[in-house]
Ligand binder design. Structure first.
Ligand code: TYD
Ligand code: MG
Length: 464
């Protein structure tokens, strides 16, 4: 008889300890340790004592006649872009996102697109009843697509169901947290169950050449709930982002074994499901007012895709001893750094002023290349003079005040040109990337030089 051992598993990081504690020693989270039985041998160590004889597997060389990983395209261009040109057969993907962001909507649309192209698509819902999924499909106008649908949470039952008929080209499991397997003793949603269920399903996918899509919940701090180990088990991790106040949604790849990471697809949530947004820059620049001080357009890059985003700053005299700094959509430490560089290297003072910085459209910029646009917006707001409306800014600012080149300047400038901009301030080192001659790009080496230039253009403006 196999000995049942009890272990205590942190539900946040997956660390295993032999005794219960209030705080996980590994990740520091409180109240996340749960007692789990580890009897079944999955993820819980060697509990079974009966030794089974191993099967002999053939060892092969690296070179062989394996075909180039064949992909299946959904023909939803934004989705295919994020997956790196279509779903790879036999791969497993994890799609994470806040509740209500549109994961189920996106995946039922993908399943329908696959089915309509003649591939077998199976959608298994563990969260919603069949009626609810049907209702959604009807609303999206997809009810006639030949998607095979089931509401099921048991891994064994799902695998048995998939045994008959040809293996599906696309299998969607919504969500991984609701699945459970007999192989593990803990309740659904715990680390052990999630890990064991994901393992079983990934094994099925690899064996049968099925593309497996797992939906994962996201915790309050934005990570996929449950063990990070699931992220290691799958070939690609996609996050579906966006906020309630805006209609657009961004599908971002944070890991992809078969394509570029940090690739994004942009969608818009409409009354009839998610619509592709082919030109996101136009969306983010949408309601731009041309001549208000404090607005600068940043020519940014998301993955391989250029994106124009408006950076807005408001600098106002502060009644407080310690002025306020508030940032939405950018790193606040980065803002402090830019303010410090402006003060120390360019003599522009903000110490008596509140500073508010906002990235229009609710987008979050992670790129240091936005430094120059932020500096331009700050100086423009402080001086009260608007920047020219037809100009874009990009470049990284170092602590010395030097302006450093950024990647892919050419595609940034091309995007700006496409949207009707004809001037740019960019790092000197990026000037050679300017392909078109009718684009008036100004190369910069120092932040001080830049401030002098935009102040001269705007009129006066430099405060001591
Ligand atoms: P859903 O796909 O259920 O989110 P998730 O699976 O990520 O939890 O999306 C639910 C939200 O999307 C819900 O708030 C309503 C909205 N929605 C639309 O605006 N239009 C639509 O056509 C659909 C199907 C949903
Ligand atoms: Mg859902």
């Amino acid at each position: 008889m196999a000995r049942r051992s009890t272990s205590f598993v942190c539900q946040s990081c997956g660390a295993v300890t032999s005794k219960w504690t209030g705080r996980c020693e590994s990740c520091g989270e409180w109240n996340t340790i749960v007692e789990e039985q580890s009897g079944g041998g999955v993820g819980g160590g060697p509990a079974k004592t009966k030794a089974t004889k191993g099967r002999v597997v053939p060892l092969v060389g690296l070179q062989g006649d394996t075909k180039e990983a064949p992909r299946i395209q959904s023909r939803i261009a934004e989705l295919d872009r994020v997956t790196g040109g279509g779903f790879v057969r036999g791969s497993a993907l994890l799609v994470g996102g806040d509740p209500g962001i549109g994961k189920s909507t996106l995946l039922i649309q993908a399943a329908a697109a696959f089915a309509r192209l003649g591939h077998r698509a199976v959608y298994i819902s563990g969260e919603e009843a069949i009626g609810q999924v049907r209702l959604r499909a009807e609303r999206l106008g997809l009810a006639d697509a030949p998607v095979a649908l089931a509401a099921e949470t048991s891994v064994e039952d799902i695998l048995a169901t998939l045994q008959d008929g040809e293996p599906p080209a696309l299998l969607i499991l919504d969500s991984i947290q609701t699945l459970w397997t007999d192989q593990a003793d803990s309740p659904p949603g715990t680390v052990t169950q999630v890990r064991a269920s994901a393992q079983a399903m990934v094994r099925y996918a690899k064996k049968h050449g099925t593309t497996l899509v797992l939906v994962g919940h996201v915790t309050k701090d934005g990570q996929i709930a449950g063990p990070r180990v699931v992220e290691h088990m799958v070939d690609a991790v996609l996050y579906f982002e966006g906020d309630g106040a805006h209609q657009y949604r961004i599908l971002r790849s944070v890991k992809n074994r078969f394509g570029a990471t940090d690739e994004i697809g942009v969608f818009e949530m409409t009354g009839s499901g998610l619509a592709e947004v082919a030109n996101p820059s136009a969306l983010f620049l949408g309601e731009r007012s041309n001549n208000s001080p404090g607005a600068a357009v940043f020519a940014g890059l998301e993955g391989s895709r250029p994106l124009l985003i408006e950076v807005q700053a408001l600098v106002a005299p502060s009644p407080l001893g310690t002025p306020r700094r508030a940032v939405i959509g950018w790193d606040s430490a980065r803002l402090s750094m830019i303010l410090a560089v402006l003060e120390a290297r360019c003599g522009v003072r903000f110490s008596q002023h509140d500073v508010y910085l906002n990235v229009a459209g609710g987008l979050k910029i992670n790129e240091p290349g936005a430094d120059l646009a932020v500096a331009a917006a700050l100086v423009s707001s402080l001086s009260g003079l608007a920047l020219p409306a037809n100009c874009v800014y990009f470049g990284e600012v170092s602590l010395s005040g030097a302006i450093r080149p950024v990647a892919q300047a050419q595609s940034r400038l091309k995007e700006a040109l496409k949207l009707g901009f004809d001037k740019a301030f960019c790092p000197q080192g990026n000037l050679k990337d300017r392909g078109k001659s009718d684009f008036a790009a100004t190369g910069l080496e120092e932040l001080g030089e830049f401030i002098a230039k935009i102040s001269a253009k705007a009129g006066s403006g430099r405060e001591a």
